[in-house]
Design a protein around this ligand. Structure first.
Ligand code: AMP
Length: 423
């Protein structure tokens, strides 16, 4: 099915196609096929969309058509469409994507991107005179509203992007405040990778007779991601990572760890063996984060070691390898993490390191997803540690109930770690 059969207005179609073509979008992805006609007809939608599914264009193209074909209200420009996202990186990416789609439209569509962690003044200046589309993280949006820098009274389109992450990151209260400021008569587009009860309830409360876009299991939704699980003792993970980067010739790897501290340590150890690695976490300045992403994109940095929150929204086409150095806490995080690779039809590999103590947790993830990932051993790194009766999770990756490690367990772990030179 081509883009031209989705109901896009004939006047705008060639202009949008030209921009899409430049981005290498030749045919719509399944979510674009399902969402674009419905959104153009004015329907609310609730879509289960993995990262990498092409959801940005799914909501942005019809939104642009609406803005380009309807007159802006007279006088002071309100915000016409609001896109709420969980992180600044995602805000920046969504903003950039929309600007690139709108490139050849005859009307100027003003897109403002606002997020916290940077000075509010330039954002206030930019919002003078309003904006057609605001892409925002919830906290900063409320700050701007409190400063009278913008009003949502005329906002007739709302997009919640990665709604599950918005709630996971604790934005529930901010969301409620924002929702209360929006006109009741509006179109709402709701995207989430997962639908736990809180998300279902939120969708239920926000949407009017929405079109549900098929919830597909992760494995089918991201068929190009080869999932691997390598058995290894926890203290030897950095060495294994180094070995894999070198022997499998990974050029660009995103490695997930549980804490900022771990991100620093693992990146540091890789640098010591001459692998260009950088940590990526929430305590780094925005400038530093942007720099790391930039270097990662141009391959000046080979390995980025990130926490879940910071890595949210990193969008690099063809990110070939993602490594779960620490297993994710939840199935949601697993889905999000592996969604970093294999984007829009590109093949990708997601590798999980599974130690004796995290085996039970990984099994739980497999069970929840209805998948089974074959366990591998890498010569020289075979797992020798054995879990205690009820495995616990000393790396703090959580999720598995069991007994806490005894003093003896901790001593043993410390001893193994120091033997491996990685404590
Ligand atoms: P998204 O899920 O919107 O973040 O998109 C994921 C990635 O897929 C981005 O790198 C997009 O540029 C790319 N993409 C989205 N739609 C298409 C398409 N129709 N054809 C090719 N690539 C696409």
């Amino acid at each position: 099915m081509p883009f031209s059969s989705l109901g896009i207005s004939p006047a705008l179609l060639p202009l949008l196609l030209r921009a899409l073509d430049e981005k290498g979008y030749t045919a719509p992805t399944p979510i674009q096929q399902a969402a674009i006609p419905a959104v153009l007809q004015g329907r609310d939608i609730v879509a289960s969309a993995q990262t990498g599914s092409g959801k940005t264009a799914a909501f942005a193209l019809p939104l642009l058509q609406r803005l380009a074909t309807s007159a802006a209200p007279a006088g002071h420009l309100p915000v016409r469409a609001l896109i709420l996202v969980p992180t600044r990186e995602l805000a920046a990416q969504v903003g950039e994507a929309i600007v690139s789609f709108a490139k050849y439209l005859p009307q100027r569509i003003k897109v403002a991107v606002v997020f916290g962690g940077v000075s509010i003044n330039p954002q206030m200046m930019n919002l003078r005179g309003g904006a057609d589309i605001v892409v925002a993280t919830p906290g900063r949006l409320l700050d701007l509203i409190d400063h009278n820098a913008l009003t949502l009274a005329g906002t007739t389109s709302l997009v919640l992007d990665e709604a599950d992450r918005l709630l996971d990151l604790g934005f529930g209260e901010e969301l409620n405040r924002i929702l209360a400021l929006l006109p009741a008569k509006r179109q709402t587009l709701f995207f989430s990778a997962t639908f736990p009860p809180a998300i279902e309830a939120l969708a239920e409360s926000l949407l009017r007779d929405p079109l549900r876009i098929a919830v597909e299991p992760v494995v089918q939704a991201v068929p190009d991601i080869a999932q691997r699980a390598i058995e290894v003792d926890a203290p030897r993970r950095t060495q294994l990572l180094r070995h894999l980067v070198q022997t499998e010739k990974w050029e660009r790897v995103l490695v997930f760890v549980a804490t900022k501290h771990a991100a620093e340590i693992v990146a540091d150890k890789l640098r010591k063996v001459h692998i260009e690695a950088e940590p990526f976490h929430g305590e780094l300045s925005q400038g530093k984060r942007t720099q790391v992403l930039q270097d990662f994109k141009i391959k000046a940095v080979q390995v980025v070691v990130a926490t879940d929150v910071a890595a949210r929204g990193i969008d690099i086409a063809q990110l070939p390898v993602v490594v779960n150095y620490d297993l994710p806490r939840s199935v949601t995080d697993y889905t999000h993490r592996i969604g970093r690779t294999g984007r829009a039809g590109e093949a990708g590999v997601a590798v999980s390191f599974v130690s004796a103590d995290t085996e039970a947790h990984f099994k739980l993830i497999e069970k929840r997803l209805g998948i089974q990932v074959a366990r591998e051993q890498v010569a020289g790194f075979e797992r020798v540690e054995v879990a205690e009766v009820n495995p616990v999770d000393p790396a703090g990756t959580g999720g598995v109930k069991g007994k806490r490690p005894s003093k003896k367990d901790k001593l043993r772990a410390a001893k193994t770690a120091s033997h491996a030179g990685e404590s």
